[in-house]
Design a protein around this ligand. Sequence first.
Ligand code: ZN
Length: 491
Amino acid sequence: MLRRTVTVTAAALAVVLGVPSASQAVPAPGSAGAGDVYYPEYGNGGYDVAHYDIRLRYYPDTDRLTGTTTILASATQDLSRFNLDFALATKSVRVNNRAAAFAKQSDHELVVTPARTIAKGAPLTIVVEYDDIPSNVVAAGFTSWNRTPDGALAVNEPEIAWWWYPSNDHPTDKASFDVSVLVPDGVEAISNGTPTRWAAPAFDGWSRWSWRQDKPQATYLTFLAIGDFDTYQDTSADGSPIVTAYNTRLDAATAAAAKTSVERSDEITDWLAGLFGPYPFGARGGVVTGAGDQGFALETQTRPVYDGRSFIRGSNNSLVVHELAHQWFGDSVSVGQWKDIWLNEGFATYAQWLWSEDQGEGTAEEIADYVYGTVYPADSAFWQVLPGDPGAGDLFDGAVYDRGALTLHHLRRLVGDEDFSAILRAWTDAKEFSAGTTPEFQALAERISGVDLDAFLQTWLYTPGRPDLGVSALAVPAQPKSWPQIAAARH
Ligand SMILES: [Zn+2]
């Protein structure tokens, strides 16, 4: 009785003072970050995106990019305002049919204050209009938009979306995408997923290219490649469209070498599906840029983008295996925190070892011994970078790749082939179109194998120095035949 009286009094007081009760929170700003420990300001809080519709016009002669992105989202709290991650000059923002106030807070945070507050669970339609020269825009100390002699590339990790569309830029908020780009006639504009308009004449001298990704996609895995490309279209046995593209500035020998690898994407995808479970997406292919245009390959969803330079010395199927393995590990199952990056790169690297074994160019065991015993001697600085927590500055250090793959190989030895295979398939199944963390992977692997992995993962992922394999004098292993290609494909 006393308690009840106090409750009533407190509630009455709350009404007088305007203090929120649990069921009627005062709308508050969404956070400026998604809670990433390495990148606290990447992504945002307070809403969840379901779909991006990105409509652009690009002028290759001047690098001018104009456009409108419409975001369909829902509020995850009562919202007074929220942030978008975006670096370009913004002309207008509308939220739920009303003009919204907006202000740049830092080089990539756009603070949007809607005319009316948004209730938790309510739909949000956000329309952002913009016009800028992306190659002039510096954020986080650099310009990720990459202007090329015949167009531009929006391909990078983790920072790229800010230079071409506003977003909730963290892999934990995935969405479907429509990307539609007007370019001058004769210029190609290639993106993820299924082509819905292919060089469709728009108006005098301009054509529209439209792409649809209906499966959840992380913002950094959404790409745009504009330029002069030779393109090829086919259909996979499962009915998905295959689109491949090669920049016309590639010399004939490099273009031919690139094709011998990238034209096998469909077959390699099927081979990987045999290891990891069904291919998660409804489109396939690959894009090869001019030699040196970007200096790396990236596992952009459904259609990795490769640098032509990777094929200057000939084909590199191992690189294609790496980027396509990421379709499971990185794209369908994304990192829950950027510090979990080994869940992407260790797995994609290990897929290369398995491909080597399949091709008779060195078994995974031989490669593991070679990496452990020869490539990185015990006193190498390599062993000081922790794959499970490399630090933002070493996100793509060799240790994330090679020690990450070694971790998987020794996990396989510990739990046996059968459980190891079951772990990989259960992980891609449980986390499909989602995100996962290392502790979640450990819990799943322990459940399947029945093995306590605390000490094992502590040693391999979180302890400096070369793990002791209990071998006093390891013979120096010979270099597996596949090693040069594997080493050239650390992307
Ligand atoms: Zn990779």
